[in-house]
Design a protein around this ligand. Structure first.
Ligand code: B12
Length: 253
C-alpha cells in the first residue's frame, strides 16, 4: 500500500556543521585521468547539480583513464517530507508460532517455499538471511518455521530451472534475490521471471516475491510480481507476508 508519510515537520535542508547549512557529500567516477583538470571537471559537475560551493575532498585514480571523486558542498534545495509517498506494510507482523498455526489450521500441510538467486547473480547472503535457519537481525529464517518447507536453490539459477523446480516441489511461493543491478539486470531478470511463470502456469502460478537492496518496493505491479522487498528486510516480515497473501483466514496480530 502506497501512503503519504505522516510527517508534521515542514520543509527541511541537509546539514553538515550547523542545522540547515545545506551541506551534502556526493561520490562519482569520471572517465578521465586524475589531474587538476579532472578535479576541476568534478567541481563543474557538482556545480551543475546545484552544489555551490563544492570542494573535492577525495580523488583516486581507478585504473587507466578513470577517477573516483568525493565532493563536499552546499545545496540550497529544500525537501518536504509531508509530500513523500512510501510503501507501508499493510499486513500484521506475526511471530513464528502465529505464522505456523495460521498455516497449519488453514492448509493442513506445510507451505512450500522455493528460493534462489537468478541470472548470473551469486550474491546468496541476502536470500540466505531470509531462508536459512540462522536468520538475520535477531530473527530466525524461514527454515525455522515448522509449517514451511524451504527449498533453497542457491546461486545462479536460470529462470527455466526455477520454473521446473517450483513445479516439481509444488511451490506455493517463489522467493528470488537480485543484488547485482548493473544495467538494470535485476529489473530485466524479474520481468523475465514473471513472464516465464505466467507462460508456464498462468493463473495457478505460485506467489512471486523478489528482494534485494536496490529494489523499489513500489515496483511490484510494474515488474509483474506480487511483492518486492528492499534492503534491511527481516525473515519475520517475509513469513508474515506469505501468511497474509496465501492463507485466507489470516489470524490478526
Ligand atoms: C559479499 C559480496 C560479494 C560476495 C558474495 C558472496 C555470497 N555468497 O553472497 C562475492 C565476493 C562473491 C561478490 C562477487 C561480486 N560482486 Co559483490 N558484493 C558483496 C557485498 C560486499 C555485500 C553483499 C551482502 O552480502 N550484503 C548483506 C545482505 C544480508 O544484504 P542484502 O543482499 O541487501 O539482502 C538483504 C535485503 O536486500 C533483502 N533481500 C535480498 N534478497 C532478497 C530476496 C528476497 C526474496 C527477500 C524477501 C529479501 C531479500 O533481505 C536481506 C536481509 O535484509 C556488496 C556490497 C555491499 N556492501 O552491499 C557487493 C556488491 C553487491 N557486489 C558487487 C559486484 C559488482 C560484484 C561482482 C560483479 C564483482 C566482480 N567484478 O567480480 C561479483 C559478482 C558475482 C556474481 N556473479 O554475482 C556490487 C554490485 C553493483 C551493482 N549494483 O550491480 C556491490 C554493490 C559492490 C559495489 N559497491 O560495487 N560480492
Amino acid at each position: 500500500m502506497t501512503k503519504k508519510a505522516d510527517q508534521k515537520s515542514g520543509p527541511i535542508r541537509p546539514y553538515g556543521d550547523t542545522t540547515g547549512d545545506g551541506m551534502v557529500q556526493l561520490s562519482f567516477t569520471l572517465p578521465i585521468q586524475h589531474s587538476k583538470v579532472a578535479e576541476g571537471a568534478a567541481v563543474q559537475l557538482a556545480n551543475k547539480m546545484g552544489m555551490d560551493p563544492a570542494l573535492v575532498v577525495h580523488a583516486k585514480p581507478m585504473g587507466e583513464g578513470f577517477t573516483f571523486f568525493v565532493v563536499y558542498g552546499r545545496v540550497n534545495h529544500l525537501v518536504d517530507p509531508s509530500t513523500v509517498e512510501v510503501v507501508e506494510r499493510d499486513y500484521p507482523l506475526l511471530t513464528p508460532k502465529e505464522a505456523n498455526s495460521a498455516i497449519k489450521s488453514a492448509l493442513r500441510r506445510r507451505l512450500v517455499v522455493v528460493g534462489g538467486c537468478i541470472g548470473t547473480d551469486a550474491h546468496t547472503v541476502g536470500i540466505d538471511a531470509i531462508l536459512n535457519i540462522k536468520g538475520f537481525a535477531g530473527e530466525k529464517g524461514l527454515e525455522y518455521y515448522r509449517e514451511l518447507r524451504v527449498v533453497n536453490l542457491g546461486a545462479q539459477v536460470s529462470v527455466p530451472q526455477l520454473v521446473a523446480r517450483s513445479r516439481e516441489e509444488g511451490a506455493d511461493a517463489v522467493l528470488v534475490s537480485q543484488v547485482v543491478t548493473q544495467k538494470d539486470a535485476h529489473l530485466r531478470n524479474t520481468r523475465e521471471l514473471a513472464a516465464a511463470f505466467r507462460e508456464a502456469m498462468g493463473e495457478s502460478r505460485p506467489l512471486l516475491v523478489v528482494g534485494g537492496p536496490r529494489f523499489d518496493p513500489a515496483m511490484a505491479a510494474d515488474l509483474g510480481v506480487d511483492k518486492v522487498f528492499g534492503r534491511g528486510t527481516t525473515p519475520g516480515e517475509v513469513a508474515s507476508y506469505l501468511v497474509h497473501a496465501l492463507i485466507p483466514q489470516e489470524i490478526s496480530a
